[in-house]
Design a protein around this ligand. Structure first.
Ligand SMILES: Cc1cc2nc3c(=O)[nH]c(=O)nc-3n(C[C@H](O)[C@H](O)[C@H](O)COP(=O)(O)OP(=O)(O)OC[C@H]3O[C@@H](n4cnc5c(N)ncnc54)[C@H](O)[C@@H]3O)c2cc1C
Ligand SMILES: C[S@@+](CC[C@H](N)C(=O)[O-])C[C@H]1O[C@@H](n2cnc3c(N)ncnc32)[C@H](O)[C@@H]1O
Length: 585
């Protein structure tokens, strides 16, 4: 479903909602108004200056719109908060602006250009649910919950009890948008507030005032911005209000040297947790391929797995952004419909189930691939390919981790330990706890071939039964075989033949013939019966991060955020049922 915003731009370049007949920000003083109403009347940025060590400051907003409030809050946080604190800005949006609409809106905000560009680079498509975006080197996190706030808020409330520091009550005026200003909102505010939580809103409507008072908030009417007479602000003063819990920063040991361990190390390091990592090697297993595809797995029906990967993909795009054009190449991914059955399925996928900015149908004859592919194809415009082997090392470096090399790591069960050992995780967990997890090995081999004059012009990743990645230093990675139950990493000539035959059969193009093999690499995936990754607590102090299957490069950054939140406290960026499906079993 495409539910992007129905807006026009007025003669001052300010976006106006046709649906609500209201403007997104004030024409001549949008920034000043937002700073006055949402920051100043919420005690910001003053409160940022005196945050305790490693504090996760949570702001929740109703109505993301252009993100102006977010951009200003981000700017103030970076300027005033201690270096080791993080801002988690949560916002709900039913009608997300498209990237093009945002770009146009930002023309009216030249002083915020640098932040606007960073946000645009990771801005997700408008698919429903929580998109966690990592910005400003991980100091600022945006959890953008797409969908009607009344439906999305309950998912957030279960994760956020006692955690929200500030509420920004935006959304259009209660007279124009009464649906948003109802008791569900005020109860959610109370359920997520702690002692000292504050809020501010531009409106002084009686319905809002009464709702806030009824939920346990004080209500002060203060002078509104500019010509506006008054607005409301206040604090949570319920007698049984909880204290906000500090993040737990006791040390965590991780076993593993792949993308899971690397992403988790960085996520924990950003939360002030001291991490040690021990592994048989670094990028010695599945995460050591020279190239890999990063794109969401989308079914022709809305499935929990597709939902998970939509959100994981958003986080991955933001997590890898600092390495764009170094080790992360968002070239786009094409899935050609090489047969009739696929053609029908792909038409369903592109028929409105997902935002067209996530996936669309590219007609046969389109030249965007750079190579003749001869059929229609699904096009994932924001997807691309990664150099996993170098990315893992970059992530460990960024987290300041030196991996201890050992294949018999000592595990101290007095300390929190995460087993992120790919397909070996099940055996390690069983040895430590006696618990048997359903993690199954699936062997795979990739084949590197020399780029030819024809294939060198491939611009996007081609994904069919296997995949072919644009040439990197004259070599294409062609993947990958898939042998269930096989956990060996020996090199097999038959597997190279299978990879090349699969490309040839699917492509049916002259450029796919007679490719010269240069090298190959075999390793083992870790899969689970429900195809979902597996993360979380197995028993006291023992956690697992495995089951990343064939999509670990897309899934790992979001999973690391979730597991880091489970280990240290803080907000988990996923609906409760989605978290439940990731539980170790
Ligand atoms: C051929 C192939 C192609 C793939 N292509 C893609 C792709 O294009 N896109 C994509 O997203 N995904 C792809 N995948 C999947 C992806 O590679 C994995 O999901 C991901 O790398 C898993 O990362 P990990 O960190 O969980 O495990 P791994 O990378 O397997 O790391 C496990 C680590 O644990 C360590 N370890 C294991 N046992 C022990 C022990 N007893 N003691 C100490 N250390 C131990 C290992 O040494 C290793 O460092 C592919 C996988 C294969 C096999
Ligand atoms: C005034 S705009 C918000 C401005 C925004 N905070 C900014 O900084 O640009 C109000 C937003 O609330 C969104 N909205 C309205 N009703 C909603 C609902 N029921 N659920 C979620 N979002 C809603 C609108 O689509 C719009 O983007």
């Amino acid at each position: 479903m495409n539910r992007s915003a129905d807006i026009h731009f007025n003669s001052d370049g300010v976006p106006v909602s046709n649906h609500f007949d209201d403007i997104y920000f004030s024409v001549d003083s949008g920034i000043d108004e937002s700073e006055y109403v949402f920051l100043q009347q919420n005690g910001l940025p003053d409160a940022f200056k005196s945050l305790p060590s490693h504090y996760e400051f949570v702001v929740t907003e109703t109505g993301f719109g252009t993100g102006l409030n977010f951009l200003l809050c981000w700017q103030a946080f970076i300027e005033h908060a201690p270096r080791d604190c993080r801002l988690v800005f949560v916002s709900f949006e039913k009608f997300p602006l498209s990237r093009e609409q945002l770009e146009q809106a930002y023309e009216a905000l030249p002083s915020l250009r640098a932040l606007c560009e960073q946000l645009l680079a990771v801005y997700p498509a408008g698919d429903e649910g929580c998109h966690r975006l990592l910005l400003a080197d991980g100091r600022v996190t945006l959890d953008l919950w797409v969908g009607d706030i009344e439906q999305q808020l309950p998912h957030f409330v279960t994760q956020a009890q006692g955690q929200v520091d500030r509420w920004f009550l935006d959304g259009f005026a209660p007279t124009k948008n009464p649906q948003m200003w109802q008791s569900f909102l005020f109860s959610a505010m109370a359920a997520t507030a702690h002692q000292g939580t504050r809020y501010a809103t531009f409106t002084a409507a009686g319905v809002v005032k009464r709702g806030l008072q009824g939920a346990g908030f004080t209500v002060a009417k203060v002078k509104g911005f500019g010509r506006k007479r008054d607005m409301l602000c206040g604090a949570f003063e319920a007698t049984d209000a909880p204290q906000k819990a500090a993040l737990k920063t006791e040390p965590v040991a991780i076993i593993g040297g792949g993308i899971a361990a690397a992403c988790l190390s960085l996520a924990l390091q950003r939360r002030g947790v001291n991490v040690t990592v021990t592994s048989r090697g670094v990028t010695d297993a599945a995460s050591g391929n020279p190239q890999g595809a990063v794109y969401p797995l989308l079914h022709a029906e809305k499935t929990p797995l597709s939902q998970f990967y939509l959100h994981a993909f958003s986080t991955a795009v933001s997590a890898y952004l600092p390495w764009r054009e170094q080790h992360w190449f968002p070239t786009g991914v094409l899935q050609p419909a090489f047969n009739e059955q696929r053609q029908q399925r792909f038409e369903k996928v592109a028929a409105g189930l997902y935002d067209p900015q996530t996936v669309s149908l590219q007609p046969a004859g389109d030249t965007a691939a750079g190579l003749e592919i001869g059929t229609t194809a699904l096009h994932y415009a924001r997807a691309g390919w990664l150099r996993p082997a170098t990315m893992v090392k970059e992530l460990f470096n960024k987290a300041d981790i030196n991996v201890d090399i050992s294949d018999r790591p000592q595990v101290d069960m007095q300390q929190k330990t995460v087993i992120a050992a790919g397909h070996c995780s099940g055996d390690i967990v069983a040895a430590l706890s006696g618990q048997k997890l359903s993690i199954n090995p699936v062997r795979g081999q990739i084949t590197q071939v020399e780029a030819t004059d024809a294939t060198a012009s491939l611009k996007q990743v081609l994904c069919y039964k296997g995949y072919m990645v644009p040439a990197d230093n004259g070599l294409h990675c062609i993947g990958a075989t898939f042998n269930r139950g096989d956990d060996s990493s020996d090199i097999r000539a038959d597997d190279d033949s299978e990879n090349l035959a699969s490309l040839k059969d699917c492509a049916q193009q002259p450029w796919a013939n007679d490719l010269t093999i240069i090298s190959q690499r075999a390793s083992v995936r870790a899969t689970t019966p429900n195809h979902q990754p597996m993360i979380g607590r197995v028993q006291d102090n023992l956690y697992v991060f495995s089951g990343l299957g064939s999509r670990g490069l897309t899934a790992a950054p979001l999973l690391a955020e979730i597991l880091a939140a489970q280990l240290s406290g803080g907000l988990q960026p996923l609906a409760t049922d989605a978290l439940e499906r990731l539980q170790p079993r």
